[in-house]
Ligand binder design. Structure first.
Ligand code: C2E
Ligand code: MG
Ligand code: MG
Ligand code: MG
Length: 286
């Protein structure tokens, strides 16, 4: 069979691998069309300030409303998009949608919140991200202080000098920058010091086993202290239990995000939460 398919390249593929290869090719071509068809949708998850006792930010999380597979999660298509050079285009639609949505909420009279958008490492090094951010803010009329970009450590460390410059230009616009999944990458504290960031998001793997795992207790306690000493806002991701919440409150972690306060939901549902935050805020007061 390998020969029939043209030999060479396909020689080592089993029929099963061929099937997977075909499926992958299909996914790629579907993904190329997905943007134009409006199949990329944003879900929103609230971030709560334990100090202000209110929703202060909302993270935009992309999903692909796939014609056959149903709702697909980013881990199943973002890496493919990066590989086939689609991530910049996806990044543009996501940023545009998120800013438009946030502006719409403000126009509805909701208490203003930051919308926080995940940025792929490629977007930092390729293309003109500061220009994109500026034009999206202009097009949507969203004021810069209501936008925050989330970048991962690994994305930054890959090309620290380029990242530093790009982020500085974005900071200069008045847009916030946070480090996502903090603790899972290899950022040196020296680099961290030089980057124009304002927020650290502690990765959810360190939060998961709080307050029982003593290593995680040390890591999270130290990270909160580090953030405070560097004048950075600190957010804990993946908060799912009140025990985790009490621990974080006790350590004076400023902001929390996780299933305890709400799953990622479509914009209309998020609107309900914004209008009736009393469904989640009492938790923050405990
Ligand atoms: P992330 O930025 O760290 O986002 C947090 C992830 O944790 C989300 O997964 C969210 O649904 C999930 N999560 C929230 N609360 C909890 C919790 O209490 N427990 C647990 N176990 N998980 C929780 P999601 O939506 O599947 O996104 C996965 C990753 O995909 C994101 O991680 C982000 O790195 C990436 N991503 C999402 N949207 C975009 C996007 O628009 N562009 C790019 N480039 N990447 C994106
Ligand atoms: Mg994120
Ligand atoms: Mg994260
Ligand atoms: Mg992540």
């Amino acid at each position: 069979q390998a020969k029939e398919m043209g030999g060479g390249t396909f020689r080592f593929y089993s029929p099963d691998m061929n099937a997977r290869l075909l499926e992958r090719l299909l996914t790629e071509s579907r993904l190329r069309e997905a943007i134009g068809r409006g199949e990329l949708v944003l879900y929103y998850q609230p971030r709560v300030s334990l100090v202000k006792e209110r929703i202060v930010a909302i993270e935009a999380l992309v999903r692909w409303d796939h014609p056959e597979n149903g709702l697909m999660l980013p881990d199943d298509f973002i890496p493919i998009a990066e590989e086939i050079g689609l991530i910049e285009e996806i990044g543009r639609t996501v940023l545009m949608q998120a800013c438009e949505q946030n502006k719409r909420w403000q126009q509805q009279g909701q208490d203003p919140v930051r919308v926080s958008v995940n940025i792929s490492p490629r977007q930092l090094t390729q293309g003109d991200l500061p220009y994109l951010v500026r034009s999206v803010l202009e097009a949507t009329g969203l004021a810069p202080q209501w936008l925050e970009l989330e970048v991962t450590e690994s994305g930054l460390m890959h090309n620290i000098t380029a990242a530093q410059e790009t982020l500085q230009q974005i900071r200069d616009l008045g847009v916030g920058i946070s480090i996502d999944d903090f603790g899972t990458g290899y950022s040196s504290l020296n680099h961290l010091k030089r980057l124009p960031i304002d927020t650290l998001k502690i990765d959810k793997t360190f939060v998961r086993d709080l307050p029982f795992d003593s290593d995680d207790v040390s890591i999270v306690t130290a990270t909160i202290a580090l953030a405070k000493s560097m004048n950075l806002r600190v957010v804990a991701e993946g908060v799912r239990s009140v025990e985790q919440l009490y621990f974080l409150k006790d350590r004076e972690c400023e902001e929390v995000q996780g299933y305890l306060f709400g799953l990622p939901v479509p914009a209309e549902q998020m609107e309900g939460v914004l209008m009736h935050p009393d469904s989640i805020i009492p938790l923050a007061r405990k």
